[in-house]
Design a protein around this ligand. Structure first.
Ligand code: 13P
Length: 253
């Protein structure tokens, strides 16, 4: 079975002490994850080492960065490189979150560069895609998402995409309390898998974990994760509450 993943994206929230308390609170539940289940915490840069220390010894828990820079190194004041993340033992990094695309003007090519750097440094990308409301209303969301995938991933050799992680996050569902219905999620996830299959074949497409993101909470996680092509979630607001995120982890297939 491909990996089922509950990933917390804390975004720009929590002080250091709050962050540590939240990790402790989730881990104190002693959730036994099955071998195919992963829980990931995407924390702010200053908390990466602390978080990695806190989860040490817990099976199938991982820490992710929320971003990285698209250049390898150099005079880019304030940026964080992929090799820096790799050198401190970070496992995953979120690439192409819609907030980065929108507020920081990240384009397809920058994201392709980031993905390449991740593969060079053995950091696992969590590649985000998803359409804004206007695109959904126009009914052209499938083409929109397909372009995002093609422009940032299709230069890659298929071997790189075995067990890859994609997060589908419709922008109109992020932080709005308006979740995509489980049918809408399944439909897009199936489309994403088909797009990957057409390019790379069924085996690789079938190994890719496709997470849903957008107002996932304890109350709706099980239904969404229960869909055939939904392999867990990328969770913002609800991941800041220990009980909510714990219940979301428990909702994994
Ligand atoms: P919310 O769960 O707060 O809607 O955020 C989703 C998200 O953007 C996760 O990356």
């Amino acid at each position: 079975m491909r990996k089922q993943i509950a990933a917390a994206n804390w975004k720009m929230n929590l002080t250091f002490t709050e962050a540590k308390d939240l990790l402790d609170a989730v881990l104190n539940n002693d959730l036994e994850l099955a071998p195919h289940q992963l829980a990931i915490f995407a924390v702010p840069f200053p908390y990466l080492l602390m978080a990695q220390e806190v989860i040490r010894g817990y099976n199938n828990y991982f820490i992710a960065a929320q971003n990285c820079y698209f250049q390898k190194s150099g005079a880019y004041t304030g940026e964080v490189s992929v090799s820096m993340l790799s050198s401190i033992g970070t496992s995953f990094v979120i690439i192409g979150h819609s907030e980065r695309r929108e507020y920081f003007n990240e384009n397809h090519q920058m994201l392709a560069n980031k993905i390449n750097l991740c593969f060079d440094e053995n950091l696992k990308p969590i590649f985000c895609c998803g359409e804004p409301l206007s695109v959904r209303e126009a009914g052209i969301q499938n083409d929109y998402v397909e372009t995002q995938l093609a422009e940032s991933l299709f230069h890659l050799d298929g071997s790189k995409l075995q067990d890859f992680v994609i997060a589908y996050e419709p922008i109109w569902a992020i932080g709005t309390g308006k979740t995509a219905s489980s049918d809408q999620a399944q439909e897009m996830h199936k489309h994403i898998r088909n797009v990957m299959s057409d390019k790379y074949g069924d085996d690789i497409a079938g190994s890719i974990s496709i997470l849903y993101g957008g107002s996932v909470k304890a109350a709706n996680a099980a239904e969404i994760f229960g869909q055939q092509d939904v392999d867990g979630g990328l969770v913002g607001g609800a991941s800041l509450v220990a009980g909510e995120f714990t219940a979301i982890i428990k909702s994994l297939k």
